[in-house]
Design a protein around this ligand. Structure first.
Ligand SMILES: C[S@@+](CC[C@H](N)C(=O)[O-])C[C@H]1O[C@@H](n2cnc3c(N)ncnc32)[C@H](O)[C@@H]1O
Length: 225
């Protein structure tokens, strides 16, 4: 798949791009491209934002600036071409990001992530350029870069081969394999740590009992969550 990230701060992604599962995905033929919104602005002196109509604090990211960035990147009118790829605008007031949406995006050929800054995007970005407006949680970040990395991370690790050990992403929290429930508790050595042991069933060698215990723990976590 191809992921294009549009941001005013491309440097934020340098560390992320170097991470193992991201490099694995790229080596497998997937693409992650970070585009500087400022590099294609049609305004003078690199301007990308403006004061809000109606007054108020802060600056708003202009719709024509975002349009120009998408047009240059894809060599097509992003309004007419809307729907040919998923364009996700990151916003605190968007649809909550969850595992189901991560799986959905992982099944797409092309996904774009729009990172806001300042007071966020002109609403017409959401209405006419984006296909989705997505929030990573009910709190406000300084910018969409961390949110884009959260989305990228959750999506990329679902791509076959990205993790290097395929079973990891199959049975984990919120996956269909656990009926959408949180994962069960995991333990490793030492068997005794400061008097805190490990549930005996996990050392029993009885795979059916281990499986039943894990599913029950997972269910209990879902019920208490
Ligand atoms: C300072 S925030 C803008 C906050 C906006 N004025 C509001 O009250 O919702 C700047 C940018 O950070 C990103 N952002 C902040 N919180 C986010 C969240 N919870 N999920 C996704 N993106 C977020 C968005 O891209 C947003 O445009």
């Amino acid at each position: 798949m191809k992921i294009d990230v549009f941001t005013l701060f491309p440097g934020w992604f340098e560390f992320f791009e170097g991470q193992r599962h991201v490099r694995n995905a790229v080596e497998l033929g997937h693409e992650l491209t970070v585009v500087d919104l400022r590099s294609t602005t049609p305004l003078r002196a690199g301007q990308v934002d403006d004061t809000p109509y109606g007054g108020g604090a802060g600056m708003v990211l202009r719709v024509d600036v975002v349009e120009a960035a998408l047009r240059v990147r894809w060599d097509t009118d992003p309004v007419e071409g809307r729907g040919s790829r998923r364009v996700v605008a990151l916003s605190a007031s968007g649809r909550p990001f969850d595992d189901a949406l991560a799986s959905e995006l992982a099944g797409e050929d092309e996904v774009a992530l729009l990172c806001g800054r300042y007071e966020g995007f002109d609403e017409r970005v959401h209405e006419h350029l984006a296909t989705d407006v997505v929030s990573i949680g009910p709190y406000v970040l300084a910018g969409g870069e961390l949110a884009a990395m959260v989305v990228c991370d959750a999506v990329l690790r679902k791509l076959p081969g990205a993790l290097g050990h395929e079973s990891s992403a199959v049975e984990e929290s919120f996956s269909p394999a656990l009926g959408g429930a949180p994962e069960y508790p995991q333990y490793t050595r030492p068997a005794d740590w400061r008097g805190h042991g490990v549930p005996a069933v996990l050392s029993s060698g009885d795979h059916a009992r281990v499986r039943a215990w894990r599913l029950e723990q997972s269910r209990q976590r879902a019920d208490s969550g």
